[in-house]
Design a protein around this ligand. Structure first.
Ligand SMILES: [Zn+2]
Length: 397
């Protein structure tokens, strides 16, 4: 990283600090960190380099996508490629995915399923200023032949599960991802079936905590949702309450989620006009009904796009996901909080990401108009800063 000689003062007519909106402000950035946030309208310090984005611009924290798959290319054969491609090709895919996400204003991603720990390799190889912060799970822990087994995380039995968690900690993973139920994209796997018993899920959480790792559970069916709640997972991925012919919310489980303050990572973001996978298409109305009720419940919600897994989910899908969360009934200011400060907490980076406050990383997004008046403004990007460095203009085709 090029050392910055003078602090930069970024000025805009409006500031969203990760929690609420303010009038004009100056964010002072030095050595990759936010040194000061001045909302008093005073002049920037004399020695600072000033960039003024104008009275209509909004300064906000960079966005946090709580659930992506960097190694997956979002093509029609994404599963085949990630299962059988060589590591070099997957790393190229991941590098392109990281670049794309960053140019969308997503400055932190949580990768919840790679192969061969390639998200960690990417984190080592790519300069931080050219990619989002990567919170990584490595290969998800799954049963033999279970959901996404082709990523290499098949583990069964108490001792092997403990060892798998230890291995992820030693490699440098931040979070342990467990396939607690089956999923749609793996032949032979059913989202309605549990993959592990409660005792196994509990020991995974216990071992993860011992090593300072957080925990994320992939869950669709209600039975599995009950188990992962009891086991104490930090984030619940999908949380769809899928049934044989649709989806059916269980209010007692949702009440528990609200009471415990467990984060729900709703899977949102799908290209309009894209064709939904058949399992999803048949259940889409029921799923939307479940998600709207989850939004209305007051549960702590973050957005996970599952970017990469299929053609409807390219690595620049995050703004679409935010629009969909608003359509489910969440006010724009709350959507922004969910995508910044709340998501940062959910992925284990509370206070360091998702907020404009002294000491936080200088990961910032500048847009041309109010995203609170119209969330679509989130795509009207004037600048993205990662660790205090402004991204060069996106001149890709
Ligand atoms: Zn996923």
């Amino acid at each position: 990283m090029v050392p910055q000689s003078a602090p930069q003062a970024l000025r805009a007519g409006h500031v969203f600090d990760g929690s609420q909106a303010h009038g004009p402000g100056i964010v002072l950035v030095e050595n990759g960190l936010i040194r000061d946030v001045d909302l008093t309208g005073s002049v920037p310090p004399e020695h600072a380099t000033v960039t003024d984005f104008g009275p209509d611009a909004w300064l906000l924290p960079g966005l946090v996508d709580a659930h992506v798959h960097l190694c997956w290319d979002a093509g029609p054969d994404a599963v085949d490629h990630v299962a059988n491609g060589d590591s070099g090709a997957l790393l190229d895919t991941a590098r392109a995915a990281a670049t794309t996400a960053l140019h969308t204003g997503v400055t932190t991603v949580r990768d919840l399923g790679d192969r061969d720990y390639l998200a960690l390799a990417l984190r080592d190889q790519m300069p931080p200023t050219q990619r989002p912060e990567i919170v990584a799970a490595g290969p998800p822990i799954t049963t033999r032949g279970g959901h996404c087994h082709f990523l290499g995380g098949e583990v069964e039995g108490a001792d092997a599960l403990r060892e798998a968690v230890r291995q992820r900690a030693e490699r440098g993973c931040d979070v342990v991802k467990v396939m607690a139920s089956g999923g749609n994209m793996t032949p032979g796997s059913s989202p309605l079936a549990r993959q592990y018993g409660l005792a196994e899920l509990q020991l995974i959480v216990e071992e993860a905590r011992r090593h300072g790792l957080s925990t994320a559970a992939h869950v669709h069916a209600a039975e599995a949702i009950g188990d992962v709640l009891d086991a104490g997972f930090d984030t619940l991925e999908h949380f769809s309450f899928l049934t044989a012919d649709g989806a059916g919310l269980q209010h007692d489980l949702l009440d528990q989620v609200v009471q415990r303050g467990t984060f729900v990572s709703l899977t949102l973001g799908y290209l309009q006009g894209g064709e939904l996978p058949s399992a999803l298409a048949a259940r889409i109305d029921a799923l939307i009904d479940v998600m709207a009720k989850v939004v209305a419940s007051g549960a702590r919600i973050v957005v996970g796009t599952d970017a990469g897994i299929e053609p409807g989910k390219p690595h620049d899908i995050f703004p679409h996901a935010l629009a969909q969360l608003a359509q489910l009934g969440m006010p724009a200011a709350k959507v922004l909080r969910s995508a910044t400060a709340e998501a940062a907490e959910a992925v284990g980076l509370k206070g360091r990401k998702g907020v404009l406050r002294p000491g936080a990383d200088a990961d910032l997004l500048v847009v041309g108009s109010s995203p609170i008046a119209d969330l679509g403004a989130i795509t009207d990007i004037r600048a993205v800063y990662r660790a205090g460095n402004r991204l060069p203009r996106d001149d890709r085709a």
